[in-house]
Write a protein that binds this ligand. Structure first.
Ligand code: ZN
Length: 559
């Protein structure tokens, strides 16, 4: 039986159990993941847990993920805040399972009427699979799994669950098995029944809100040692010069220490998935088993000199070694620092290996001046202006498509938003970095109106003061008070997951998604008041699960 990174010659009971619960999720297009031990978390609130059952320790986890389409293949449409679906609806995983789809209004209505999202009874494929293997004397019931196969199965309950933007469940629970979410349960009774039937550990969290973890769609964790070393408000070229000088000065020990601290900080502030630009191989060793799950975008650039493109591409041609909670991606650095040959090679590589792509784009006016006329401060830093717009440079190389995340987009040309929307690419806005450089107000309303999927990122500590998505949400709301808390939450969860080509697998609590879950103090607030509070940065998670791994509370970390 092949299980991802290595060949297992013995059947894996946990895998067999998960396959029964979630049939049809395995696909060769994605690498399976395994859980990681020991995820530290600080918080301000220790949930009062009532333990109903103590399970045995579980070993490695295997989480097959739905396949991803080709570079320009079909994508499911999904509403996110104010944004419109960017593609016509395409059949996807949810459709094959018979899951509901539609706007947030419909989802809110479902929650108000106690509808069960992901309930086996509403999804014949899942129900038939379970019922078909049920015990003979209860032919219609989901199968009662053996104690040995219940390892890693748990039900979390809380008074409020925010499974997706606009989708609240009051008094329900979440059934988790072997690193992924099986069902969201509509009521406490259903949660208790599910726990009994699946011999699951039941964990109850009073006065708590359960949500998916936050998604940071753009960061450079390896630059964390530069915190506080670069000036704020510098012109872009001056900042790049400072960055290049400071970047070579850090010792491996400094880099490693800062990297570990940064990864922990992300978990402390509720981030469970990050799109991380990577150039330093040493980072992989430091981050193994630490921090949030990562889409590791290996960076390539040739300074605009196409003669250097083959060597740059050769360095990323072979797949990364498998690692838990890590997805591989590819990041040509920026239009001004990449030749046409390099971009075409990157597009081909991404297409062949179904890799997500990320690129800094339209960040500065300097970029536009160099790209279109070969002038400005970037002259001398890079070579061979292509004499076209930055977006045309990407389009002509075949890079623009649904698997591409464009980072920044501060200076689009007229018509660029519409072209990005038509391509299905995402845009990642970094409010903290925007503030750092004291840029002109970001045109978020225009981007939202264009229908482009939007996400949030922190960028690096070379151009931001923190790696907290709570702060990014608060900064966004401060800069754009017209945005609803629901919209901002959507950008920080489902928008980010989609930008990282993990739509439906992160940023939501739904069947088949990774069990990346945050517990937050509710403090007696209503759902709306709580969401207003957390998107203003006034709250920290009290516990966290990464790939279904047990929560890690403040007390545990301090011990
Ligand atoms: Zn960046």
């Amino acid at each position: 039986m092949e299980c991802g990174y290595h060949l297992c010659h013995q059947p894996d009971p946990a895998q067999q159990h998960r396959d029964r619960l979630l049939p049809g999720l395995r696909s060769p297009g994605r690498q399976p993941l395994r859980g990681v031990p020991g995820v530290p978390l600080w918080g301000h609130h220790e949930p009062r847990l009532r333990w109903r059952r103590q399970p045995g320790r579980h070993g490695s986890h295997h989480l097959p993920l739905p396949g991803s389409p080709d570079l320009h293949g079909p994508r499911r449409s999904l509403r996110c805040g104010l944004g419109r679906p960017r593609q016509p609806h395409q059949p996807g995983l949810a459709d094959s399972l018979g899951l509901p789809s539609g706007g947030t209004q419909q989802l809110r209505s479902e929650a108000q009427h106690g509808a069960v999202y992901g309930d086996l009874r509403r999804h014949p494929a899942l129900h038939a699979q379970c019922a078909g293997s049920g015990q003979p004397d209860h032919p219609g019931r989901p199968r009662l799994i053996s104690r040995a196969r219940a390892v890693g199965v748990k039900v979390l309950t809380a008074p409020l669950i925010l499974s997706a933007p606009g989708r609240w469940v009051e008094g329900g629970g979440v059934l988790v098995s072997d690193g992924c979410i099986v069902r969201v349960l509509a009521t406490g009774d259903e949660a208790r029944v599910a726990a009994r039937e699946h011999r699951a550990e039941l964990q109850e969290f009073p006065d708590t809100v359960l949500t998916p973890g936050l998604v940071n769609a753009h960061a450079h964790l390896e630059l964390s040692f530069l915190v506080g070393r670069l000036g704020q408000g510098l012109p872009f070229r001056a900042w790049v010069d400072e960055l290049m000088a400071a970047r070579g000065a850090g010792t491996p020990e400094e880099r490693s220490r800062a990297l570990g601290t940064a990864a922990q900080r992300m978990l402390q502030t509720g981030t469970t998935l990050v799109g991380d630009i990577a150039t330093w191989r040493g980072a992989e060793e430091v981050l193994a088993g630490r921090g949030p799950a990562r889409v590791c975008y290996r960076e390539v650039l040739d300074g605009g000199d196409g003669k250097r493109a083959p060597a740059a591409l050769e360095a990323v041609a072979s797949p990364m070694p498998p690692a838990p909670d890590r997805f591989e991606g590819l990041s040509p650095h920026a239009p001004y620092s990449t030749s046409r040959d390099l971009l075409e090679g990157a597009a081909n590589l991404a297409r062949e290996r179904s890799l997500p792509l990320a690129i800094h784009w339209a960040e500065t006016e300097e970029e536009e001046r160099w790209m279109s006329r070969g002038r400005g401060p970037l002259r001398g830093l890079v070579r061979n202006s292509p004499r076209c717009s930055p977006l045309e440079h990407l389009e002509q190389a075949g890079l623009l498509g649904p698997k591409l995340a464009l980072i920044h987009g501060n200076h689009p040309r007229s018509g660029d938003r519409e072209r990005v929307a038509a391509s299905g690419a995402s845009l990642v806005h970094c409010p903290g970095s925007h503030l750092w450089f004291r840029r002109q107000p970001f045109r978020i309303d225009a981007w939202l109106a264009s229908g482009v999927n939007l996400a949030l990122g922190t960028d690096s500590l070379a151009s931001n003061a923190d790696l907290s998505m709570l702060r990014e949400m608060a900064l966004l709301r401060g800069a754009h008070p017209q945005l609803s808390p629901e919209c901002v939450w959507g950008l920080a969860t489902v928008g980010g997951a989609r930008a990282l080509d993990l739509e439906g697998q992160a940023g939501v609590l739904s069947p088949g998604a990774r069990a990346d879950i945050c517990a937050w103090p509710r403090s007696g607030l209503s759902a709306d008041a709580w969401l207003d509070s957390v998107t203003n940065g006034d709250r920290s998670p009290s516990a966290l699960w990464l790939g279904g791994k047990d929560h890690h509370s403040a007390q545990e970390v301090q011990a």
